[in-house]
Write a protein that binds this ligand. Structure first.
Ligand code: CP
Length: 365
């Protein structure tokens, strides 16, 4: 028997696309993502999920720690009938004993979809360039570097959460979303998506900590077509009229000197408190991609939100976290589809018989 030189998915390379960046999608495509999440979320509630990832493998490459992204991807793969492999830097040779491209090509010969979390967006692009299976960006962190960081899987969950908690009578494009804090990767992805959808987004950060100019330029260009707005400011009074406030942390991964500096810059002024929520509006909801510095952790002194806000009736942060699972189910469903080959009954019977015959010859009765 002549074996194929690679997996069935590799043979379908002409259909190959990757999920790297929210800006790669049109308004219609983003709305399709939201609808697919809604359908699969409802199906999960009814314990009636289609097995769209049946017998497939998801490779999960994490160069940094994760709670939500790991749990949601791994659970989504299982719920949809497939399997996920957790590949931390300690487990694989990525960029150490072998090049990133070689790892990418090997994983593509065995898995059906791969997700990667890496410091550099450029690394994720390199990984995707070498891959013959769909690659999902599970966060790149360098929003203030030369490249533009992204957290597009988070953004899908954010959009679904916003849609689910819209004030009565409002449509998605009417929503006013405010981000407060250090404008990093989730904010960049949200700026791309809201500007494609024609929404209003304000980013409130101290001078020098707002979105990089290249992200602002892309969002502004999108807004010219969609009718949306992006407001960049350091004035927290701009929260007035917000339907949603999303707080962003500002201390992780920094040197102690940098954290001390940021304590002064952010500490008093950019913390989301109940007073700020009241100022924003009586119905304003609180969002956070999590994990949050809201007290009760080693980052007690560097809060971006109070515990009172997190625990209040305005907080939708755990709905937002749960929606990561809907996002991952949508992603695995979508990225399996063009590669999906329905098995033929005759093929199943043929290969079962060949396997039985071979085993009987190896282990005669
Ligand atoms: N929001 C988010 O990406 O969380 P994790 O880092 O826990 O995956």
């Amino acid at each position: 028997m002549r074996l194929p030189s690679s997996s069935a998915t590799v043979l379908n390379k002409q259909h190959l696309t990757h999920f790297l960046n929210m800006n790669q999608f049109s308004k219609e495509e983003i709305l399709n993502w939201i609808e697919l999440m809604e359908v699969l979320k409802e199906a999960r509630r009814k314990n009636a999920l289609p097995q769209t990832f049946k017998s497939k493998s998801l490779g999960m490459i994490f160069q940094q720690s994760s709670t939500r992204t790991r749990v949601s991807f791994e659970t989504a793969a299982t719920l949809l009938g497939g399997h996920a492999l957790f590949l931390s830097p300690r487990d694989i040779h990525l960029n150490t004993k072998e090049t990133l491209e070689d790892t990418s090509r090997v994983v593509a010969r065995m898995c059906d979809v791969v997700m990667i979390r890496d410091d550099l967006y450029a690394d994720i692009e390199r990984y995707a360039e070498a891959s013959t299976i769909p690659v999902i960006n599970a966060m790149s962190c360098d929003v203030h570097g030369d490249d533009c960081g992204n957290h597009p899987t988070q953004c899908l969950a954010d959009l679904l959460t916003i849609k689910e908690h819209l004030p009565e009578g409002k449509k998605l494009e009417d929503a006013v979303v405010v981000v407060i804090g250090d404008a990093s990767t989730p904010t960049a992805s949200l700026a791309y998506a809201t500007s494609k959808l024609g929404m209003t987004m304000k980013v409130i950060s101290p001078m020098g900590y707002n979105l990089p100019q290249q992200v602002i330029d892309i969002a502004n260009a999108n807004n010219e077509l969609s009718g949306g707005r992006l407001i960049i400011t350091d004035d927290v009074n701009e929260v007035v009229g917000a339907d949603f406030i999303q707080a962003e942390e500002w201390c992780w991964g920094r040197s102690p000197e940098e954290v001390s500096k940021r304590d002064v810059i952010f500490g008093e002024n950019y913390v989301t408190t109940m007073e700020l929520m009241e100022k924003a509006g009586p119905e304003t909801k609180f969002m956070h991609v999590l994990p949050a510095n809201a007290g009760g952790t080693q980052w007690e002194e560097h809060k971006e939100v109070t515990r009172e806000v997190m625990e209040s009736g305005r907080s939708v942060v755990f709905d937002e976290a749960e929606n990561r699972l809907s996002a991952m189910m949508a992603l695995l469903t979508y990225y399996s589809h063009p590669h999906h080959i329905e098995p033929k009954q005759e093929d199943i019977e043929f290969f079962q018989a060949r396997t039985d015959k071979l085993l009987n010859s190896i282990f005669p009765k």
